[in-house]
Write a new protein. Structure first.
Length: 291
């Protein structure tokens, strides 16, 4: 969020670059659209201890700029994103899009709890069998349960444990409420021009909290990258993207989706914030000012 003052400054620069003719040009529908102004994002990925600018993506790796060369890093590497004003002469219309967020970590926590309960049940059943056969008459403990209690009490103890585990499972006691770490996006888009080697950046902006004290830690922003592939003009493309991220809070969460070509240039989308169509002269002025 520390980039807001700079973004505001860039908006002033952009408006100055367009000049007073903007309103006049908007009143002239015969002027062809040359490009678009919108709020985009600069993305970077972790490489070692540093975050480096992402300059390209393929189906297996991200390309980052080290300053002297490009380097390949995993698509699962942590990403960051900073807002910036962007211009593009390419545009994608979103026809339909659905977004869902889930916590795989919570599913894993629950699965671990179920596995532990099943293991304890197997241990208890084995101990009960030993008690019944008399093999455990001299063993004080088996499966975490005191075998000297007798078979009936032994079984009741195991049943109580299993019932308690089931109640906790139904109540979601093994997970953390209000968090997610995976975002799934499905939809359809149609580009107005060919776009080679397209890839998407998902930015998640959320209110972070301390899970123990429930204290607010301010706004945080994380991102994830997924490869899309070549897009063809006027051909409907189905999106089915899964972003694996670090765990984030669902409290006051905001999502934004960005799309780039293989050259690393961001493409305007119908969902882009601050989207504005530009005439030829406006586009040329802003393209020079912002790039």
């Amino acid at each position: 969020m520390g980039n807001c003052p700079r973004l505001g400054f860039l908006i002033v620069v952009a408006l100055a670059a367009i000049g007073p003719s903007t309103l006049e040009s908007q009143e002239k529908p015969e002027e062809a659209v040359r490009g678009y102004l919108f709020v985009g994002a600069d993305a970077s990925a972790r490489s070692g201890k540093a975050f480096l600018p992402i300059v390209g993506v393929d189906s297996r790796r991200m390309l980052v700029d080290t300053g002297s060369k490009t380097k390949r890093v995993s698509l699962r590497a942590a990403c960051r994103a900073n807002k910036r004003l962007s211009v593009s002469d390419k545009f994608i219309q979103i026809l339909d899009i659905d977004l869902g967020a889930v916590s795989v970590a919570n599913l894993n926590r629950t699965a671990d709890a179920i596995a532990d309960a099943q293991f304890m049940d197997m241990q208890a059943e084995s101990a009960i069998s030993d008690v019944r056969s008399g093999a455990a008459s001299n063993l004080p403990l088996r499966g975490g349960v005191d075998t000297r209690l007798g078979v009936d009490e032994f079984e009741r103890s195991n049943e109580d444990f299993q019932q308690d585990s089931l109640i906790k499972l139904q109540d979601g006691a093994y997970g953390i409420d209000g968090v997610a770490d995976t975002v799934i996006i499905q939809g359809e888009v149609i580009p107005q021009s060919d776009i080679s080697g397209a890839y998407c950046l998902l930015v998640v902006d959320f209110g972070a909290i301390d899970y123990d004290s429930k204290e607010s830690l301010g706004r945080r922003r994380i991102g994830g990258i997924r490869y899309v592939g070549d897009l063809r003009k006027d051909e409907i493309e189905k999106l089915n993207l899964r972003f694996s991220l670090s765990e984030f809070s669902l409290r006051s969460v905001e999502y934004s989706l960005h799309l780039y070509s293989d050259s690393g240039d961001e493409v305007a989308m119908s969902s882009s914030k601050g989207l504005k169509a530009l005439t030829h002269s406006e586009y040329e002025k802003l393209n020079t000012a912002l790039n």
